[in-house]
Design a protein around this ligand. Structure first.
Ligand SMILES: NC(=O)c1ccc[n+]([C@@H]2O[C@H](COP(=O)([O-])OP(=O)(O)OC[C@H]3O[C@@H](n4cnc5c(N)ncnc54)[C@H](OP(=O)(O)O)[C@@H]3O)[C@@H](O)[C@H]2O)c1
Length: 302
């Protein structure tokens, strides 16, 4: 039976990369190596973490850094997803057994999302992984779908800004979506690396909580944010058509990217709600309402 001992992480200095490295390190199950473009940024990682500088333009540099690694976890930035192209080939050449490419979002296996231009780089990397598996069966991949990050950024800022009492309510505000804490995403990584067979060559879908925009606002109100809300309303179907129109005209701004993400995430039957999840397999427990309340409280007080 294959076991994973040596784990390399790229994008480790980023938002989701850091909690993943912390959790891998504190689990004491793995030897953790961080690959980074600038090794001076890795100084504050746990002392047992090895830091190596790499050049994403050089397969040789990546392959040499990956020699002896059993698994590669990527938390590469959204704007640099394409940088994983060399990384996949270097991982295969170096004999890496499991790669977790950078996804951490909506369910890109949902065919509705496959047409969105913003997701093409992630889909291309997954397809590259699928191809490499057919050529090298000892290589394998898993993607993590966690819908929205649950913390003071994203769910409690981008979806409902509980601190500033501001939200654009989409499709009436009662559409159920998934949200996942950084800690649970990091747990999913450990769950995958300790359940290799059950997670081979497929996405895993997880969440800490399933909620709605209206529920988040109701909880914030229970916590004292009773008035002064700045609420606007939109339909994700309209956001989608406007996003396609502006993208085709060359507008690839953050505003347009956000329109695509909102459609993909909140549109009913799209990619932000998972009726079937892998929580149990990966050791992730659902948050209770009180725990969600305390996360919202921290976001309000930040
Ligand atoms: N579901 C959600 O709500 C949500 C929200 C945000 C992001 N995400 C997804 O989560 C994944 C990681 O995102 P993140 O926000 O954690 O990433 P991030 O903090 O923006 O960046 C992660 C790391 O990527 C590395 N990197 C390598 N090449 C880069 C380049 N050319 N430009 C910028 N960074 C580069 C950097 O590490 P080094 O400098 O050490 O090389 C950086 O620290 C992405 O797939 C993103 O789409 C999901």
């Amino acid at each position: 039976m294959t076991t994973i001992k040596n784990v390399a992480v790229v994008g480790a200095t980023g938002k989701i990369g850091r909690p993943i490295v912390e959790r891998l390190s504190t689990s004491k199950l793995f030897n953790v190596t961080v690959l980074t473009r600038d090794d001076s940024r890795g100084r504050d990682f746990p002392a047992d973490v090895t830091i190596k500088q790499v050049d994403y333009d050089s397969i040789e540099s990546l392959q040499s850094a990956l020699q002896g690694q059993d698994a590669l976890v990527s938390a590469m930035a959204f704007e640099a997803i394409h940088e994983q192209k060399n990384l996949v080939d270097a991982a295969v050449n170096a004999g890496v057994k499991r790669m977790i490419p950078s996804e951490y979002g909506n369910d890109l296996m949902n065919p509705k999302l496959a047409a969105f231009p913003i997701y093409q780089p992630k889909i291309a990397i997954r397809q590259q992984c699928e191809k490499r598996v057919t050529e090298n069966p000892s290589f394998s991949w898993t993607t993590i779908h966690n819908a929205s990050f649950l913390g003071p950024d994203w769910t409690l800022d981008f979806i409902v800004d509980v601190k500033n009492r501001k939200a654009d309510i989409k499709d009436g505000g009662d559409v159920l979506f998934c949200a996942t804490t950084y800690d649970d995403i990091a747990q999913a990584v450990i769950g995958i690396l300790t359940h290799l067979e059950e997670t081979a060559n497929r996405p895993v879908r997880i969440s800490s909580v399933n909620t709605t925009q209206n529920e988040l606002i109701a909880i914030a109100k229970e916590l004292g944010a009773t008035d002064g809300w700045d609420l606007t309303y939109s339909e994700t179907e309209n956001l989608e058509s406007e996003a396609f129109r502006r993208w085709a005209a060359g507008d690839h701004s953050e505003e347009v990217i956000a329109m695509f993400i909102n459609r993909a995430f909140i549109g009913k039957g799209w990619g932000g709600y998972f009726p079937v999840r892998d929580n149990e397999l990966l050791g992730i427990k659902d948050l209770g309402r009180d725990e969600l309340k305390s996360i919202i409280k921290s976001a309000m007080d930040r």
